[in-house]
Design a protein around this ligand. Structure first.
Ligand code: GLA
Length: 386
């Protein structure tokens, strides 16, 4: 597991690197999506939660326009750039995320000037848990406060989306940063991606004696690659042919008619989005009436839809989900953008050991590298630590 520095340790490290104390330390979490995949950019519904793994940033404003960045992870040394020369395609590695945020703020007319930044994170990178958004959300929360920019969380969500879309080059939606900025301990975030309205829905896994287990397949993925963008393009094509603003506007009753108007592949993509939106709405109802143990079948149906209709799973994710389920998980599905990354298995505490063992054995039997398996819980959204 990645070590993490607490706020005091990070501030001390900052002082020794930059020769002065930081103005403050902020943190923002990664996320797990419980259900509602590839619905966000279709203006639909999602149900993610912020997790107890965070990125932390110590920041100090400078009187010039120099930006100096360093992280405790990765092998990039100190990076120095001028705030006046930020442009797309110039940043490397993890520096794309903080610099993308500063660039996006500049596009809104906010010129922050120079900064020293030291970043730490224990959100696993490349695992589909939004380690990049955790960094972006920690940085924007810090800068919003230091520069007294006065952005509310909805505006910060849109600014980080701009950073991802136009600076990093990943055509992603608003789910991850919404979870990171607006999540709350003990709750999942029911987000309407058209209005950005949220409802916090209690998700008390402990009382239900359930453990949300993340199975990181170690298959790395990138949303700046082709698969994510091509799914998004299919959805836009489907919405165009069906004459709606976004697939959010297509309901389950419209699917029969849609089948006759779309080519088979586009139809399957559309069917995933339409049925997934329904599953999110049902999951909220089930959580509010029957509690977490009852959402298993919805998680399973979501995985099948992503595997067969949206075609974004991979053999390792399917093996993880099947093994977890056969060993006693109440439901399991891949989480995040797909093509690798992690699955989530909602597991009775009494079956946790069997599930961990069964997934490990299934990976070994298939000849895959061992996955990393750990539990998560719904945790607070972005905040100032010191
Ligand atoms: C990634 C993106 C999100 C969302 C998911 C799929 O995590 O960043 O915006 O589209 O994939 O649900």
């Amino acid at each position: 597991m990645t070590p993490r520095l607490d706020a005091g340790q990070l501030a001390a490290r900052f002082q020794s690197v930059f020769g002065a104390a930081p103005d403050g330390v902020w943190q923002a979490p990664g996320r797990v999506n419980l259900i509602g995949e590839h619905t966000d950019y279709n203006e639909g519904f999602v149900l993610p939660f912020a997790i107890n793994r965070t990125a932390r940033v110590a920041v100090r404003r400078r009187s010039d326009s120099t930006i100096r960045l360093l992280s405790t992870f990765g092998n990039q040394g100190l990076t120095t750039v001028d705030a006046g020369s930020l442009s797309r395609g110039t940043a490397r590695g993890w520096t794309k995320y903080p610099l993308g945020v500063l660039w996006a703020l500049q596009q809104r007319g906010l010129h922050v000037g120079g900064l020293d930044l030291l970043l730490d994170s224990d959100v696993p990178r490349g695992a589909g848990l939004s380690s990049s958004h955790a960094i972006e959300c920690a940085v924007i929360t810090a800068v919003n406060e230091l520069a007294a920019a006065g952005l509310d969380t909805r505006e910060m969500v849109l600014a980080t989306q701009r950073a991802e879309n136009d600076f990093v080059g990943a055509p992603t939606g608003i789910m991850d940063q919404s979870a990171s900025l607006r999540g709350a301990a003990g709750h999942v975030l029911f987000l309407d991606c058209r209005s950005q309205d949220i409802r916090l829905v209690p998700f008390d896994a402990d009382s239900a004696r359930l453990v949300p287990l993340v199975i990181d397949t170690k298959v790395s993925h990138s949303h700046a690659g082709g698969g994510y963008a091509s799914r998004r393009a299919s959805c836009e094509r489907g919405a165009g042919i069906l004459g709606v603003k976004a697939l959010r506007d297509v309901g389950p009753d419209d699917l029969d008619a849609a089948a006759g108007r779309l080519d088979p592949e586009t139809f399957r993509r559309v069917r995933h989005v339409v049925t997934e939106n329904e599953r999110v709405l049902q999951a909220v109802k089930v959580l509010e009436t029957a509690g977490p143990a009852a959402i298993g079948p919805l998680l399973d149906a979501s995985h099948a839809s992503m595997r067969d209709d949206f075609e974004i799973s991979c053999p390792e994710l399917d093996v993880a989900v099947e093994a977890a389920r056969s060993a006693g998980a109440v439901g399991a599905r891949m989480t995040g953008g797909g093509f690798g990354g992690s699955a989530i298995a909602l597991t009775p505490a009494a079956a946790e050991r069997q599930v961990r063992a069964a997934v490990g054995l299934a990976f070994a039997a298939a000849g895959y590298a061992p996955p990393e398996i750990f539990s998560v819980r719904p945790a607070a959204g972005a905040m100032r630590l010191a």
